[in-house]
Write a protein that binds this ligand. Sequence first.
Ligand SMILES: Cc1ncc(COP(=O)(O)O)c(C=O)c1O
Length: 384
Amino acid sequence: MIDFDEVIDRNNTGSTKWNKYKGQDILPFWVADMDFKAPEQIQNALHERILHGVYGYSRATPKLIDAFLSWLDDNYQWKVPAEWLVWLPGVVPGFNLACRTAGNRGDSIMMSVPVYYPFLSAPENDERAPIYVNKHFVNDRWEMDFEAMQAQYRDNCKMFLLCNPHNPTGRIYTRKELGQLADFCLERDMLICSDEIHCSILLDQDKPHIPIATLSDEIAQRSITLYSPTKAFNIPGLSCAIAVIPDKRLRKQLINADAGLISGVSPLAFTATETAFTNPGSWIEDLTGYLRGNRDRLSQAVSALPRVKITHAEATYLAWIDIRELDLKDPGAYFESFGLGMSVGKQFMGDGHMRFNFGCPRSTLNEGIKRLEKAILARAESLK
Ligand SMILES: Cc1ncc(COP(=O)(O)O)c(C=O)c1O
């Protein structure tokens, strides 16, 4: 079993996360990868595949396809035939392709913000106009604001881009919220692209993940749902994703939208993905157990500090911290000066917030918390 407490030196591995602050005493809590080793069964399968020695262009094996389809059925009672699947080298390419299936250039695509920042630019990457609708904080959580969505809707809006579970607010949308969104899209003949990459990192055990496509056949027929084991199994650099697209015409449109821009999935990514679906072992339970501990530790610490609030992360390993009352001009630089490299909320259209990635050993988290406390207390003191 992986020892989640083990501190692994990721310097000199080309790690995006650790390279950013190379040579500086700044701990990285930004980009969404975790500082844990991948499960042993994935490491072993990769070793074996490496030893084969031939790394040609590859396709998903029948074993992988069967395992993924069983996973959908077992977890979500969603019976999907193999022909609905489109294999892709990433979820980000997936939702960019999805945007290209939505109406024509000049049409619009809606999303509720803050949201994972590559969503923000996806419509404009192929000349669709984004409609950004602010979420509102009600019932102690960030919710989609359906009144604002109605007010900002335009006739040429062809798609809603959904992120569920949600990065960065950590929400797992409820059946009721998803139903409301489904009705909103049905009434306006909009497609739904649902990025469900975080669906296995559920920290609140009483809140199930529900794929929006499973709400009804009508919704399924207008949906593109994106999955990947890369977040939950901590293999994000291996790049593999699956689009589930029930409607044949939409599926064809997405495949054609590729226009030679998207490469295939690497054989190593397929090997890791196949192992994640065929032999997950107790990894998900072990990981989410550890992350739950990290979330609670961070929440407790931040809740005791003045002028800041932390959102309860129902899922993901990302905490969303409200720092508006600290009134910082350049929050990224401010926290870096205390040795903390977090993601700045503005990047997600969530100004006045910071995103803290707590997917790390407890000792790294504790050091991060120490620095966070110092930074916040110093600022609160200076505002007195
Ligand atoms: C919501 C969401 N979608 C997609 C991605 C990245 O997906 P990929 O690496 O498969 O392109 C991330 C990574 O942080 C994410 O949080």
